[in-house]
Design a protein around this ligand. Structure first.
Ligand SMILES: Cc1cc2nc3c(=O)[nH]c(=O)nc-3n(C[C@H](O)[C@H](O)[C@H](O)COP(=O)(O)OP(=O)(O)OC[C@H]3O[C@@H](n4cnc5c(N)ncnc54)[C@H](O)[C@@H]3O)c2cc1C
Ligand code: SF4
Length: 370
């Protein structure tokens, strides 16, 4: 047994059937996957499975287009915008996770309505749920959506975070950005910034992620959300943070197949060689998310703390709230509130990164307690 597998065994959590049901929700099976083509995996968020499924579905006529989310620079600012990809190159151009707020329904519903053909749609859990609700009352949308893929989601960040991070990158480099990738490469990966003179620099993802993981600039809607794994999708995709995979040169995507349409897409891609896939216990995916998954789910803790901050949050779950969950929720909401004021932003970005990191370790420790 290698060291990583030993560490996985030591930190393995017990997840009852009831835990699986409430955190992950209805599903058929899980799989450890990656895109078969190295060229697809390159620049992907995890194993490139999402892009491989979309390309395979397009090329086999399972659907005619795929709603994807691309990074664009608008007036020099990094934003995420939706479009419909109808070719492999357009799908591949949208690889990677965009950790910045999106206006999914406002952009995607008109795209779907204007498209003649069937579509695969990739989105965050909340957006896939909104789309499902829309499809229930709009047959045109229902008829056109052939497959939904949800990205497992801790939470998303407002534009203020990426704007501050990229401003500092530009100031240090002394040149303007022309492209930006939030995370490429293995395990935690790296930020990739392309500048107007064509030069490319990479930076540790902690420049963005430490602030994000502390909930600075968190979107308000995420405080009221308990859907980490994408209950309403046909397929959910996420990272697999298992130590035994850390040294594997290939990064993987954890896939949770929930519906017949999802099974059709994943099975066909596997059988026809577009993705490599092996069975995985869904509890292994949950182990990799064992801090953030339950913390995200516990909306009851945030609802209780929210009252103290004058932020009304509906407690839809009535989960027990233990002291460490309360304290963790307090840190999340206090940090979000701090980043809502100009003075708060100055405090956040003048705090030495080492202190920010130490603070993050405290939050992570609280998330680890069960
Ligand atoms: C805000 C956010 C939070 C996340 N949090 C977690 C987490 O806590 N745990 C975890 O395991 N995984 C999380 N993920 C998912 C993870 O980062 C990968 O996206 C996932 O593993 C799929 O990887 P892949 O290589 O198969 O995708 P790729 O092949 O790289 O394809 C990614 C696809 O996602 C689409 N996309 C990217 N960003 C967005 C967006 N904001 N909205 C809609 N579509 C988008 C792109 O269009 C592309 O089609 C998060 C992703 C995002 C965007
Ligand atoms: S945490 Fe929930 S509300 Fe926030 S972006 Fe993710 S799925 Fe949407």
């Amino acid at each position: 047994m290698n060291l990583g597998a030993l560490v996985d065994r030591l930190v393995k959590k017990r997840w009852s059937d009831a835990d699986v049901e409430k955190y992950v929700g209805r599903h058929r099976y899980a799989a450890l996957t990656h895109a078969a083509a190295a060229a697809t995996r390159e620049l992907a968020a995890s194993g490139g499975t999402t892009s491989a499924l979309l390309v395979h579905g397009l090329e086999t006529g399972m659907f005619d287009g795929a709603v994807v989310c691309k990074t664009v620079l608008e007036e020099g600012r990094v934003r995420a915008r939706f479009s419909i990809a109808t070719s492999a190159s357009e799908v591949l151009a949208a690889r990677g996770s965009k950790y910045v707020e999106v206006t999914f329904m406002r952009e995607v519903v008109p795209l779907i309505k204007a498209f003649s053909g069937r579509l695969a749609v990739v989105g965050l859990p909340c957006d896939i749920t909104s789309l499902k609700r829309r499809a229930e009352r709009d047959p045109d949308v229902a008829d056109k959506v052939a497959l939904t893929v949800a990205l497992v989601c801790g939470h998303n960040s407002r534009t203020g975070l990426i704007d501050n991070v990229t401003k500092r990158i530009e100031q240090r480099a002394g040149k303007a950005l022309s492209d930006y990738r939030f995370r490429i490469g293995h395990w935690r990966g790296q930020i990739e910034a392309t500048f107007s003179d064509g030069s490319v620099e990479r930076y540790p993802t902690r420049r963005f992620n430490d602030y994000q993981n502390l909930y600075f600039f968190c979107e308000r809607k995420c405080l009221a959300c308990h859907d980490h794994y994408g209950y309403d999708a046909d397929v959910s995709v996420g990272d697999v943070w298992l130590y035994r995979l850390k040294r594997d040169p290939i990064k993987h995507t954890g896939v949770i197949v929930r519906s017949e349409a999802g099974d059709r897409a994943v099975s066909a891609a596997r059988e026809q060689g577009a993705i490599e896939s092996q069975p995985l216990d869904v509890r292994d995916i949950m182990d990799g998310q064992s801090r953030i998954g339950p913390a995200h789910y516990n909306v009851s803790a945030r609802a209780r703390v929210g009252r103290r901050f004058g932020i009304p949050l509906k407690d839809t779950l009535h989960e027990p709230v233990r002291w460490f969950q309360y304290l963790n929720a307090w840190i999340s909401i206090a940090n979000m509130r701090l980043s809502e004021s100009e003075r708060g932003k100055r405090i956040i970005f003048r705090t030495p990164p080492r202190l920010i990191r130490a603070y993050l370790y405290v939050k992570k420790a609280l998330e680890t307690l069960r």
